[in-house]
Design a protein around this ligand. Sequence first.
Ligand SMILES: *[C@@H]1O[C@H](CO)[C@@H](O)[C@H](O)[C@H]1NC(C)=O
Ligand SMILES: *[C@@H]1O[C@H](CO)[C@@H](O)[C@H](O)[C@H]1NC(C)=O
Ligand SMILES: *[C@@H]1O[C@H](CO)[C@@H](O)[C@H](O)[C@H]1NC(C)=O
Ligand SMILES: *[C@@H]1O[C@H](CO)[C@@H](O)[C@H](O)[C@H]1NC(C)=O
Ligand SMILES: *[C@@H]1O[C@H](CO)[C@@H](O)[C@H](O)[C@H]1NC(C)=O
Ligand SMILES: *[C@@H]1O[C@H](CO)[C@@H](O)[C@H](O)[C@H]1NC(C)=O
Length: 374
Amino acid sequence: MKLSFSLLLLLTLFLISEVNGQRRKPRPTGAKSPQLPTPPVAEPVEPTELPPPLPPGPPSVFPDCPRECFCPTHFPDALYCDSRNLRRVPLIPSRIHYLYLQNNFIDNLQEESFKNSTELKWINLDNNRLQKVDKQILQKLNNLTFLYLEKNQLKEVPSFLPTSLEQLRLSRNQISKIPTGVFSKLEQLILLDLHHNKLSDGVFNKNTFNGLKNLMQLNLAHNLLRKMPSGVPSTVHQFFLDRNSIEDIPNDYFKEFPNLTFLRLNYNQLSDKGLPKNAFNISNLLVLHLAHNNLTQVPFINTKLEHLYLNHNAIKKINGTEICPLPFLSYEVFINEPEKAPSLRYLRLDGNQLKPPIPLDLMLCFRLLQSVVI
Ligand SMILES: *[C@@H]1O[C@H](CO)[C@@H](O)[C@H](O)[C@H]1NC(C)=O
Ligand SMILES: *[C@@H]1O[C@H](CO)[C@@H](O)[C@H](O)[C@H]1NC(C)=O
Ligand SMILES: *[C@@H]1O[C@H](CO)[C@@H](O)[C@H](O)[C@H]1NC(C)=O
Ligand SMILES: *[C@@H]1O[C@H](CO)[C@@H](O)[C@H](O)[C@H]1NC(C)=O
Ligand SMILES: *[C@@H]1O[C@H](CO)[C@@H](O)[C@H](O)[C@H]1NC(C)=O
Ligand SMILES: *[C@@H]1O[C@H](CO)[C@@H](O)[C@H](O)[C@H]1NC(C)=O
């Protein structure tokens, strides 16, 4: 007893009795463009009327610079046409690699705008009025790696995208359909962001994501899912499903994801009944978010897990012996081979029906715990 007591003193523990609200969400990685200062958008006179395009800027040192855009002298491969109340995409010069068109009123892409721009690597069309992307317009941009189409009015995932694409960001649209075969040639795609759309269970089958052989991050948060989607590529490392209405996780669902390290399921309807005992025994998982669900028990976790978020559930008690992924290590073994201990370092339990103190058996199991919020 004396031994374990001094061990407890060794562990740095912060007991915080109450933590208000959610922590800030980590942003998925993916560099955003360097932004130049842009003039404020004028308010429309009538609510239904679009503001007029801004007057053309001063002549550029580049004779091919579209007058409605800005061509920075020191970045001859970048073209800034963002926040200019544009209705259509100007003719893009062939030297351009980075194209900024966000915050306009563009509702249609025309083939002729892109006829010369075969070297484009990056297009930002966030916050426009696109309802669809017509066939073939972007497909021949075979150097395109980043396509941002967030905050438009798309109803389905665009077809005919270039095979070079690595990041496709489609969040904050009204996407309710994923046409068959739409990803079939996107072998290089690493990131697919579909959060905040209208995707429901019926959209997903085992072929939905066919072709995505290298997908690492999939964001399906804030949709209409009640079930875990099928067909998710087994290559994913980061999988986000927050703010759906998922009630259960099928047996062995995560067996197919040997490299999954980061899983978010905050704000769903998960209950103990919906979780098979080994649901989260995912061999390489490091971070697991299960906050704001309806769990009454702490689920069983894998040895490597480092961060576990269980705040705002209905947990009444926690038994460290039962959830320990390994038999307790003796103090001697832990001192000599600390890497043998379960890796959990950070645990959030606030917003449940638990009261301090933290049970001793929890500390005896997770000897690397640095912080428990209860
Ligand atoms: C389009 O590309 C062709 C061939 O490189 C060039 O001759 C023409 O001037 C370009 N047009 C524009 C408007 O950039
Ligand atoms: C653009 O793509 C073509 C064909 O895929 C390739 O040959 C060329 O090197 C690429 N250009 C750049 C600037 O990456
Ligand atoms: C998991 O990662 C390893 C090592 O990077 C890789 O060899 C393997 O193919 C990956 N497995 C899947 C299913 O992506
Ligand atoms: C958890 O998964 C590991 C590795 O797949 C396995 O060895 C272990 O037995 C599992 N734990 C339980 C309690 O099933
Ligand atoms: C949570 O679970 C309890 C008991 O199982 C149930 O009565 C309650 O309706 C559930 N709440 C939600 C939001 O699902
Ligand atoms: C925790 O679980 C173990 C094994 O099931 C049991 O022996 C022990 O009494 C439990 N501890 C408490 C405090 O309920």
